[in-house]
Design a protein around this ligand. Structure first.
Ligand code: ADP
Length: 231
């Protein structure tokens, strides 16, 4: 399998609202990819489709070489943009929850990420600050040994220290057998992380390109290209 994700003319609507429109893309393995676009562009919809949480209305998808199913859902490690842990849980219990649900959960990896993120296992989820909770959520997601990671806005509203820790942990945990797709509307903070970037707006693919080639072609950082397009 050389492509981890294939979208063929995918359309997703919510009632009257077209969230993704005739969207086609093929994503190879071994890359860190930025999914970039303003609020409402369709980034979360793309992520949820790839994570097999919702179904397309039109078109077809392949995730890790197979049609979306319970199997693909179990193979993809997805970090939602909304809270997903119960507030009453301790960090320890959140780890147990992941261990039970995901066979690919690697506890050793989790322990070293907790160390790096400076998270105490005895803390309660409801007592964590927004930044600490994002660190915990990302640690859980990256502790799975998945072929495809989908991180939906892991950097929204976090402090600069957390942001740097998140970026470093993504880089350190990346291996060339997997692919990481990260959605963001904060380009400056993360653009050096990306091998490739997908620009998306109004549910449509604007372009998909190698990050370095794009910078050279346009003669400027991706942040400036983004600002010119969307500000
Ligand atoms: P992004 O993640 O880029 O902010 P989304 O994929 O969340 O964009 O949303 C794309 C469009 O679909 C937006 O106009 C949004 O309002 C709409 N949308 C997303 N989810 C729903 C939903 N559950 N019900 C109705 N409209 C939705």
């Amino acid at each position: 399998m050389d492509k981890v994700l294939k979208f063929k003319s995918v359309t997703k609507v919510y009632g009257e609202k077209i969230a993704l429109s005739d969207f086609s893309i093929e994503i190879p393995k071994g890359k860190i990819i930025g999914l970039i676009g303003p609020n409402g562009a369709g980034k979360s919809t793309f992520m949820r489709l790839a994570a097999t949480l919702i179904k397309a209305n039109k078109g077809s998808l392949e995730v890790l070489g197979i049609e979306p199913s319970a199997k693909t859902k179990a193979l993809v490690s997805y970090l939602p943009d909304k809270p997903f842990l119960y507030e009453w849980m301790t960090v320890d219990q959140a780890i147990d929850y992941f261990k039970e649900f995901f066979q690919d959960f690697d506890e050793n990896k989790m322990n070293s990420l907790l160390d790096f993120m400076k998270i105490d296992k005895k803390s309660k989820v409801k007592e964590l600050s927004k930044g600490m909770l994002e660190r915990l959520n990302l640690s859980l997601t990256l502790s799975r040994n998945a072929k495809l990671y989908l991180l939906d806005e892991p950097l929204a509203a976090v402090d600069p220290t957390t942001r740097d820790k998140i970026i470093n942990s993504i880089i350190e945990n990346f291996n060339e057998e997997s692919t990481i797709i990260i959605s963001t509307h904060l380009v400056r903070e993360v653009e050096t992380l990306f091998d490739e970037v997908i620009f998306i707006d109004k549910g449509k693919l604007i372009f998909y390109e190698d990050a370095e080639k794009l910078r050279i072609r346009k003669g400027k950082p991706i942040e400036d290209i983004y600002k010119e397009m969307f500000d």
